[in-house]
Design a protein around this ligand. Structure first.
Ligand code: ANZ
Ligand code: ZN
Length: 873
C-alpha cells in the first residue's frame, strides 16, 4: 500500500475484522494485572447513533486503548439501555412489537459502533430488556423489598396525561412531563418506591470523597439532596381545631426570627386544613384550586402567592397574649418538613410577598452588619442573611447562630401537653424514588397481590416474570393491565387466585446497575459474582453527558448502596472518576421556504467578507443561522455513518477530539473534518516516506545535533501526550501530535541529511514508531496500517505505550526572568549548569540591559541561581 493514499474504506473494515477474529479486546476476569474499568454511558437504542455518541465513545476508547498500552487489564464494555417509552410509541404508531423494534435498532447501532473501531469487549454486551438481564433486577427488587428498601404506598403522584404514566418529581420539568411536554396532573395512586432517603446523609457526606468528579456535579447533587438543619416547633392553638387539634407542628431553619413572626401557614393538603375544608366551602374551593395548580417545586416557586385565612389563631410561644392568624397558603408543600410554617416576612421573601399581598405585619428582627436599628426598614426585598438580633426580647444583641441555639434550647426544655415544644431536626429535600410505571416496555415488578396474604414476592425459582409477547397497544393505559390472562396467577403463599403487579419499573432502575452486571454478565444464577464485581469496581473512569448529573448518577449511587446492603457488591460508590463531556454543535440553516434544512442539502460558498449558502438542488439561497446543539428539530445533524463512509472513522474520531477541551462544546464543520482527514493522510505519508529513508539506521557513534533534536522532540511529546491523556486533555494531546508530526516532517523533508547520518535515521525510526503508538488510541485503524508499514509484527493495539527517556525530556538550557530596577524587562536563556560569572556576563550583554545602563556600569547584579537575575542600574 506504500506510496498510495491511505484508504480508510479498505483499511478500517480489515482491521476491525482482525481485532474481532483475534478477540483482541476481550477481557478476562482472571487477568492478574492491575485493573482499569472505563465506561461510557450506554446508549438508548433509538435507531441510529448520533455525533454525541461518537464523541463520548471516542473519548472512552482513547482512555481504554491508552490504559491497555500502559499494561492494565482494561474492562471496556458496551450495552443497551433498552426499555422505555419510544419502543411502545413505535408499537402504537407503526404497529411493530416493542421487542422487535428495539432489537432491530440494537443490531443496526451495534454495526455503527463497530464501524467506529471501538476497543470494546462485545462478549459482555447486555440489553436491559433481555430476560437474562432483568431477571436479576427482579431478584434484587425482591431482596430490596425484604430489606425494607422497596415499599408500596399511596401517594400523590405526577400523572402525565399524554404518556399515561406516573413520573418521578425529577421527570417533571417546569410542571410538564420530561418526555411528552404535557402539563402534569396530580393523582392519588398506590405506587412502588425505593427508599433512597435511607441514605440521604450518606449520599451527601460521601460526595466529599468523590474527588475525581466535576465540582458542578457534586454541587448539583448536594442541592438536590438538600440538607437543612432546623427546629420543629409545636405551637399551641388559641382555640381547638375542628377535630379537637390543640397544636400545630411547624419546621423552621430560622428559629432566631421567631419574634418577627406575623402569621402561620399550612399546606392546602395539611390534615388540619383538610378538616377545616370539610366545613368551609370557600376554603374547599381554594384547596381545589391549589390542587389543579400542581405541587411541583417549580410551579410553587413561580406561582403568585395566595392564601386563605382560616380564622383560627395560634399562640406565640414567647410573647404573652400575642396570637398569630393561621392561613392556608399555596406555597407550602405538604411533603416537606411538617407541611406548616411560621411566617416571618422581614426575613423570608415568600413570606414577605404573602404579607404584602394580605396586609400582614412586617417586623424586622435581624439587623444586618452596619445597619442602624433606629431607621432600619424592609421594603420589597426580604433580608435573609445573618446579623444581630433586635426587637426580640431576650435574643437582643445575639448573633443569628447564637439566637438559633437559644430558641432551640428554650423550646426543647419547655413542655406542651407532656412533650417538649421544640426538637432540633434535620430535613432533606430528597424524596424516595417512585419507580412504578404503568407501561408495558419495562421490567415487571415481581410482586403478587393476594386478598388473604397481601403483597407477596414472586419466589426466586419463578423468576423471571416475563413480559407477555402478545400485548396489545391500541388502548390507552397499561397493556399489562389490559392483558386477558397475564396478571392472573396463584398466590405463591396460599395458592388462591391472585393478581400480578402490573406496574413496571422506571427505566432508570435498569441503568442503575448495568456497570455491575458487565463485570460478570455470564452469571445466570445471580446479578453479580461478588469477588469478580468487587475486583472490577468501582468504575475508574465514567464518561457521559451532564444531563445525567443528578438522576442517573444519584440513583446509581443509591443502588450500589442497596446492593451492598443485600450482599450483591462490597462497595458504596460506583464511579471513582466522572467526566462530563460537552456537546457536538453545528450551524443551523434555513432554506428558501423558511424551514430548517440539513447541512447535507446545502453548499456553503466562501465569499469576500464571509460565507453564503445555497441549496444543493438549486432551489434557492440558504440563510446561515446560529450554532446550536445538533438536533433533529433544527435539522443541523450530521450522520456519523455518512462521515465514516466518506472519510473514515479515524477522521471522525480525530476531529471530535481536537479543537475544543472535552468538557466544552465542539463545533462540527466540514472544514474541520477535511483538516482532520488531511492529518490522517499526512501521518500515513510520513510513515511511508520516512521508512524509505531509514534503511541505514544505526546507533553507532556520537549523536548529531539534528538526531538529538529529533530524539528530544520525540520524548518530550511522549511525556506530554501521556500527561494529557491521563488528565483527559484530548485536545491538547491532539495539538501536540500535530506539532510533533511537523517536527518529523521537517526531517523527512531532508532525505539527503537522513541518508548521510545513521544516528538521525535511527532517531527517525524511533520518532515514527512513537508517532504511530501515540496516535493509536485516537486513530486505531490508521495506526495498525502504519505499524505494518513500519515492519512491526503483531498489532499496535497490543503494543505497549512508548517509554519516556527522562534524560531527553529535561532541557539543558534554562530561561531566567531578568529584572531591571525591580521590573521584569527581559528573559535570558543560558546553559542549565552555567556559573554565576557566565550568567552575569550574558545578562550585561542583553540589549534591554545595555539600554537601561546607557553606557554606565551597573550598581549591582544579583543572580539567584536557576530563578531570576536582578540588575540595579
Ligand atoms: C421561619 C423562617 C423565617 C423561615 C425566615 C425562613 C426564613 P430550607 O432551607 O429549604 O429547608 N418551610 C418549611 N417547611 C416548608 C414547606 N413545607 N413548604 C414551604 N416552605 C417551608 O427552608 C426551610 C424554611 O422554609 C423554613 O424556615 C420555613 O420557613 C420554610 F426568616 O421558618 B422558615
Ligand atoms: Zn395468598
Amino acid at each position: 500500500m506504500a506510496g498510495e493514499r491511505y484508504n480508510p474504506r479498505e483499511s478500517e473494515p480489515k482491521w476491525q475484522k482482525i481485532w474481532a477474529d483475534g478477540e483482541v479486546f476481550a477481557t478476562s476476569n482472571d487477568d492478574g494485572r492491575p485493573k482499569y474499568y472505563v465506561l461510557e454511558m450506554f446508549p438508548y437504542p433509538s435507531g441510529r447513533i448520533h455525533m454525541g455518541h461518537v464523541r463520548n465513545y471516542t473519548m472512552g476508547d482513547v482512555v481504554a486503548r491508552y490504559k491497555r498500552a500502559k499494561g492494565f487489564s482494561v474492562l471496556h464494555p458496551m450495552g443497551w439501555d433498552a426499555f422505555g417509552l419510544p419502543a411502545e410509541n413505535a408499537a402504537i404508531e407503526k404497529k411493530v412489537h416493542p421487542a422487535k423494534w428495539t432489537y432491530e435498532n440494537i443490531d443496526y447501532m451495534r454495526g455503527q459502533l463497530k464501524a467506529m473501531g471501538l476497543s470494546l469487549d462485545w462478549k459482555r454486551e447486555v440489553a436491559t430488556c433481555h430476560p437474562d438481564y432483568y431477571r436479576h433486577q427482579q431478584k434484587m427488587f425482591v431482596d430490596f423489598f425484604n430489606a425494607g428498601l422497596a415499599y408500596r404506598r399511596t401517594s400523590k403522584v405526577n400523572w402525565d396525561p399524554v404518556d399515561m404514566t406516573v413520573l418521578a418529581n425529577e421527570q417533571v420539568i417546569d410542571g410538564r412531563g420530561w418526555r411528552s411536554g404535557a402539563l402534569v396532573e396530580q393523582k392519588e395512586l398506590v405506587q412502588w418506591n425505593f427508599r433512597i432517603t435511607a441514605f440521604s446523609e450518606e449520599l451527601l457526606a460521601s460526595l466529599d470523597t468523590l474527588d475525581r468528579w466535576p465540582d458542578k456535579v457534586r454541587l448539583m447533587q448536594r442541592n438536590w439532596i438538600g440538607k437543612s438543619v432546623g427546629l420543629e416547633v409545636r405551637f399551641e392553638l388559641a382555640t381547638p381545631g375542628p377535630t379537637g387539634e390543640t397544636t400545630l407542628k411547624i419546621f423552621t431553619t430560622r428559629p432566631d426570627t421567631l419574634f418577627g413572626a406575623s402569621f402561620m401557614a399550612m399546606s392546602p393538603d395539611h390534615p388540619l386544613a383538610k378538616a377545616l375544608g370539610e366545613k368551609d366551602l370557600a376554603l374547599a374551593a381554594f384547596q381545589e384550586k391549589c390542587r389543579r395548580m400542581g405541587t411541583s417545586v417549580a410551579v410553587l416557586e413561580t406561582a403568585e402567592k395566595e392564601g386563605y385565612d382560616t380564622g383560627l389563631r395560634v399562640k406565640h410561644p414567647f410573647i404573652e397574649g400575642k396570637t398569630l392568624p393561621l392561613w392556608v397558603a399555596n406555597f407550602i408543600l405538604m411533603d416537606y418538613g411538617t407541611g406548616a410554617i411560621f411566617g416571618c416576612p422581614a426575613h423570608d421573601q415568600r413570606d414577605l410577598d404573602f404579607a404584602r399581598k394580605y396586609g400582614l405585619e412586617v417586623t424586622p428582627v435581624v439587623l444586618p452588619a452596619g445597619a442602624d436599628p433606629a431607621s432600619f426598614t424592609v421594603g420589597d426585598v426580604a433580608v435573609d442573611g445573618e446579623g444581630t438580633l433586635f426587637n426580640s426580647d431576650f435574643l437582643d444583641g445575639l448573633g443569628t447562630d447564637a439566637a438559633f441555639d437559644e430558641v432551640a434550647d428554650r423550646l426543647e426544655a419547655r413542655d406542651l401537653d407532656g412533650a417538649p415544644m421544640g426538637a432540633r431536626k434535620v430535613n432533606f429535600r430528597l424524596r424516595d424514588w417512585l419507580i412504578s410505571r404503568q407501561r408495558y416496555w419495562g421490567c415487571p415488578i415481581p410482586m403478587i397481590h393476594c386478598d388473604d396474604c397481601g403483597t407477596v414476592p414472586v419466589p426466586t425459582a419463578d423468576l423471571p416474570v416475563l413480559l407477555p409477547d402478545d400485548a396489545t397497544f391500541d388502548k390507552p393505559g397499561n397493556p399489562l393491565d389490559h392483558h386477558p390472562t397475564w396478571k392472573h396467577v396463584a398466590c405463591p403463599k396460599c395458592g388462591k387466585p391472585a393478581r400480578r403487579e402490573t406496574d413496571t419499573m422506571d427505566t432508570f432502575v435498569d441503568s442503575s446497575w448495568y456497570y455491575t452486571r458487565f463485570t460478570d454478565p455470564w452469571n445466570a444464577q445471580a446479578p453479580t459474582t461478588r469477588a469478580v464485581a468487587d475486583r472490577w469496581l468501582p468504575v475508574d473512569q465514567y464518561i457521559g453527558g451532564i444531563e445525567h448529573a443528578i438522576l442517573h448518577l444519584l440513583y446509581s449511587r443509591f443502588f450500589t448502596r442497596a446492593m451492598k446492603a443485600t450482599g450483591h457488591v462490597g462497595l458504596d460508590e460506583p464511579f471513582a472518576g466522572l467526566f462530563t463531556q460537552g456537546m457536538v454543535v453545528h450551524e443551523t440553516y434555513k432554506g428558501p421556504d423558511g424551514h430548517w434544512v440539513s447541512p447535507a442539502d446545502i453548499v456553503v460558498d466562501e465569499v469576500e467578507g464571509g460565507r453564503t449558502a445555497r441549496m444543493k438542488d438549486g432551489s434557492g439561497p440558504v440563510e446561515i443561522g446560529s450554532i446550536e446543539k445538533m438536533s433533529k428539530s433544527k435539522k443541523n445533524t450530521v450522520d456519523p455513518s455518512d462521515i465514516i463512509l466518506g472519510w473514515g472513522a479515524d477522521t471522525a474520531r480525530w476531529f471530535v477530539l481536537s479543537d475544543s477541551p472535552p468538557d466544552r462544546d465542539v463545533i462540527w464543520t466540514e472544514a474541520g473534518v477535511e483538516g482532520a482527514h488531511r492529518f490522517v493522510q499526512r501521518v500515513w505519508r510520513l510513515v511511508c516516506d520516512g521508512t524509505a529513508l531509514t534503511a541505514a539506521a544505526s546507533e553507532a557513534g556520537e549523536r548529531s545535533a539534528a538526531a538529538l533534536a529529533l530524539a528530544k522532540a520525540t520524548h518530550k511529546t511522549i511525556a506530554a501526550v501521556e500527561d494529557d491523556i491521563e488528565k483527559l486533555g484530548f485536545n491538547r494531546a491532539v495539538a501536540r501530535l500535530y506539532e510533533f508530526a511537523n517536527a518529523v516532517g521537517r526531517v523527512v523533508a531532508t532525505p539527503d541529511a537522513v541518508k548521510a547520518d545513521a544516528g538521525l535515521a535511527r532517531a527517525l525510526v524511533e520518532a515514527l514508531d512513537a508517532l504511530v503508538r501515540m496516535v493509536a488510541p485516537m486513530m486505531p485503524h490508521l495506526a495498525e496500517e502504519c505499524w505494518a508499514e513500519l515492519g512491526r509484527s503483531g498489532l499496535v493495539a497490543d503494543a505497549p505505550w512508548p517509554k519516556v527517556d527522562a534524560a531527553l525530556v529535561i532541557d539543558d538550557t534554562i530561561t531566567l526572568p531578568v529584572q531591571i530596577n525591580g521590573k521584569k524587562r527581559a528573559e535570558l536563556t543560558v546553559p542549565r549548569d552555567a556559573g554565576e560569572a557566565e550568567v552575569r556576563a550574558a545578562v550585561l550583554a542583553l540589549e534591554a540591559v545595555q539600554a537601561a545602563l546607557d553606557g554606565k556600569p551597573p550598581k549591582k547584579v544579583i543572580v539567584v541561581p536557576a530563578r531570576i537575575v536582578n540588575v540595579v542600574a
